[in-house]
Design a binder for this molecule. Sequence first.
Ligand code: FAD
Length: 636
Amino acid sequence: MWACDAGLTSTIVESYAGAGPLFVNTLQTFLAAHCALVGDDRWGADAVDSVLGNPNYDFIVVGAGSAGAVVANRLSENPEWRVLLIEAGGNPTLATEAPQVFYANLKTKENWGYRTAPQSGSCLAYDDGCSWPRGKVLGGSSSINAMFYVRGNKEDYNEWAAAGNTGWSYDEVLLLFKKSEKFYKPTPESDVYHGTDGYLYVEHTDNVLETEQIVLNATAELGIKVLNDICGETQMGITRSLTTTQDGERLSTARAFLNPIKDRSNLDIVKNAYVTKLVFKDGTNEVTGVIISKDGKEIQANARKEVVLSAGSINTPQLLMLSGIGPKKHLEELNIKVRADLPVGQNLQDHLFVTMFFKAKSELNVGNIETVLQGVGDFVFQRTGILADLSPQRVITFINTTDPNASTPDIQFHHVMFEPNNTEIVDFFDLHGNTEEVQRKFKEINKDHRVIMPYIVLLRPKSKGQLLLKSTDPNVFPDLYSNYFQEQEDVDTILRGMRYMTKLADTETFKKHGLSLTWLDLDDCKAYRDKLSDQFLECIARHLTFSLYHPVGTAKMGPDGDATSVVDPELRVRGVKNLRVVDSSIMPVIPRGNTNAPSIMIGEKGAELVTKTWTDKAAFEANRERFNILKQRRSG
Ligand SMILES: Cc1cc2nc3c(=O)[nH]c(=O)nc-3n(C[C@H](O)[C@H](O)[C@H](O)COP(=O)(O)OP(=O)(O)OC[C@H]3O[C@@H](n4cnc5c(N)ncnc54)[C@H](O)[C@@H]3O)c2cc1C
């Protein structure tokens, strides 16, 4: 059912390390025994022998993440095309499958483990820059993400189209969102926005947990609309989010798009295989294949038609630059031969968030062995219980802090709920690499108190970051400059969001449940005594900055003549033949919402564009042949 390698149980066991060695040992034995019983049959076998036997493919897709898994599935629908999908990570593990413990994957090999370069204006409460997790596993980041199914705002896509990106307007991409989707409860009304025939199950579980209801009621008291469907007519309001889950398990793109076709004979999937370079036809900019590093060996695979890069918004630009496609000056500094001078790695955008805290005294004690064992047992044997869905973390809100009637938001709220002493089970701040001071002070807040921790998310950052190579060695991580809060406007917007959040403390609902606003009392912010002053809020924002894990835009799409673009609206890399980028790197502007569904949509769009090119080409060739035969007959 899931990967039964030696590391199988590590994530889930690590996530309970706080519960003591006896418990951890018991859990390990229990999971290993279960694994031996159920086997590892969900995922197709590694196809490396097939590649070694015949390395010639029609298409090579690099990266089996949110977009790449979709591309590989759609291209291999044509039985005449031989497709190779290459993934740096391995099979999903038990912990990637269990919705509730998604954060536990942050400290495992299923996370690339990137961190931003330390900067003076943000991420100050860390030892080593903000945490930028990315999935290194079949399904990519969709295998370790929080499973919220959100598409963003209609205007996001209309703005992409208005900038000259023909084919990317909301009405056009809506068809692609629907194409992927298998909506859990279709109705005539939902049919406008949701698909029912796709691979990706999208659901809305019926149970509403008490803490979720508290946040819903309190926010409604502030005049915010409660919505059923954030992907429907309007995005503005509060809702329990749709999630990419089914029957108590995560629906990564590996589960949704690869598992059902694992026996397709024209698709080879190679795992734990890292593409280090593109291969070009001698003396040209025509891509003919890739170099793969696997088990210490180098393998060359060849693409008759195209190579599609779907390695995500950090690895795709890294691979482009290593292959000579990037900013000329930067590549020359590293002695890389420049093939195409393009602004790869620029236009980096991300959603940052800042945390706040509401706490209420509680007698509950969830950090005990019985509760945890019960949860693991329920999940392993029945896919039920506390690990089997995302509750109570599903509530999300979109507001506009300057105009309550606007149809586009500038701030999003997520709400993470911690039962008393939760750090004994999963320690959020330890997992994100925050300083010892932050970890200790949060434990004090959480001690014998239930905590609601809102994320205040900046949806439309004005500040842009950049990604630069640190080395020509593909195994060395690039430098990631987030540049969060470089523009004052971003600070101002976050402060408005934080102030809005403080209003929850005054609602009848929060008062009734004894929930009061509290602050993580950081030494660096102690000078500002007034906790509602701009100076104090800004100090908190610059220290307790987090990434919402949505870096995008590093291989920007734009029309001809757009000097900031790396790919054209058909996702072809400029100045290079037979190479496309199909993943979150191509987003010209970050959508106002979470980025998994948009990345899957890009996968669908990219696959359609590639398919059209090569079916049109085949039709053209066939016509030309027919024409030539007719011509010969006539002249003969
Ligand atoms: C912790 C976390 C929580 C998140 N929560 C949500 C959420 O709840 N909702 C939401 O909408 N979004 C969420 N996101 C964001 C969303 O998952 C990503 O934006 C999206 O998955 C990006 O898709 P992608 O195809 O661009 O890249 P990825 O899905 O990251 O895929 C890239 C793939 O390429 C592989 N790869 C990279 N380099 C190479 C190479 N050289 N050779 C071979 N393979 C390679 C990687 O291992 C990976 O599998 C979250 C992300 C994270 C990390």
